[in-house]
Design a protein around this ligand. Structure first.
Ligand SMILES: [Zn+2]
Ligand SMILES: [Zn+2]
Length: 348
């Protein structure tokens, strides 16, 4: 027996429970701890039986409740090492200053150095080198804070009003709370290298997306195979190869191309979504289903639908039309994962 329960899917939060008869894994924790617990209760999934959390990539819609939930349930988190590092960087507070303030700071440092040189008879190159190194390090740090791609430090516990509820206040918990990057245990995996959690065999595969080391997964137990592939700019050969002989396939169908082009996003964001490291359009998903999909899935779940740039009926229509061109694939059933409510568990 295997079961997939999509708790949430979309740019405001993603999380899915994958279970065998003995093991349960939560893939991504992109909602607050409290909301994840509420949705698990709604869907009939018992959080206390989860064995691990598995992370696809470090974007906020996949990790928002991660630290609080993992500490609350005291379960290990599986990442790739670059994804774990990126997550830690996101949560590590940085000193930020405006560019004007930095220039002022550099000017004052220069003046202080000039004064000390004037008052020091002997020139000391070591002191000067150390000072230059100090300024370069500062410039690098500032560059990181000014860089639009740099991630803003987030104090998730402070942001989550339910942190206290999720993380009971013992002295140890209080200490750990001071460190939002604390996790009960961290396990690393590598894309392309199979590993097991309990009796679920997991194959992570690289997906093209603008994150540190993003992955999709194939889960296999008792001869049943489920796969999860969202957040990818296009369908590269390695993903097509990974998605063979799948019984339940959660696949991205993010946007309708026309809606995205005419939609409310700024041009830079439209470019990002459309890029090779953005998200799959209904058209790209349909093209995969028509040309490369082997037709083995009893269920295809369309997920990560954009609320601004897609309509569920458009995503469904595109996928249905692609499958209709294959008379042998009419047995495939299509479901649409939702942002606001959990999907009925899919059991095989
Ligand atoms: Zn996402
Ligand atoms: Zn993403």
């Amino acid at each position: 027996m295997m079961r997939m329960t999509v708790l949430a899917s979309g740019s405001k939060g993603n999380s899915t429970v994958i279970s065998s008869s003995r093991t349960r894994v939560l893939v991504d924790a992109g909602l607050s701890c409290r909301e994840l617990l509420r949705r698990m209760a709604l869907a009939g999934e018992d959080p206390s039986t989860l064995d691990a959390i598995l992370i696809t990539h470090e974007h906020q819609d996949h990790i928002a409740g991660l630290g609080v939930l993992a500490r609350r349930l005291r379960i290990p988190v599986f990442f790739t090492e670059p994804t774990h590092r990126a997550w830690v960087r996101m949560l590590t507070p940085r000193t930020t200053m405006s560019y004007a303030k930095w220039l002022d700071h550099v000017q004052r440092e220069k003046e202080a150095r000039a004064q000390s040189v004037a008052s020091t008879p002997a020139h000391d190159p070591a002191v000067e080198a150390a000072s230059i190194a100090h300024i370069s390090a500062e410039a690098a740090a500032l560059d990181a804070t000014l860089n639009p791609t740099a991630v803003i430090a987030v104090d998730e516990d402070a942001e989550d009003p339910d942190a206290a509820l999720c993380d009971p206040e013992t002295p140890q918990a209080a200490r750990q709370k001071a460190d939002p990057t604390h996790l009960p245990a961290v396990e690393y995996f590598h894309a392309g290298a199979n590993f097991c959690i309990g009796d679920i065999a997991i194959t992570p595969f690289t997906i093209p997306h603008d994150a540190a080391d993003p992955c999709g997964f194939v889960f296999e137990s008792e001869g049943i195979r489920m796969a999860l592939a969202t957040d990818l700019g296009y369908m590269p050969p390695n993903v097509k190869a990974a998605l063979k002989r799948i019984d339940v396939l959660l696949l991205e169908s993010n946007h309708d191309l026309e809606m995205l082009k005419d939609g409310p996003y700024p041009w830079s964001v439209k470019q990002r979504v459309l890029s090779r490291v953005g998200h799959l359009s209904n058209h790209a998903t349909a093209e995969f289903l028509q040309k490369d999909y082997d037709g083995t899935a009893a269920w295809i779940v369309l997920g990560h639908l954009s609320e601004s740039n897609n309509a569920p009926e458009l995503a469904r229509l595109a996928a249905e039309q692609a499958l209709a061109n294959h008379p042998t694939l009419l047995g495939n059933r299509i479901l649409l994962a939702d942002q606001a409510t959990p999907l009925e568990p899919i059991c095989l």
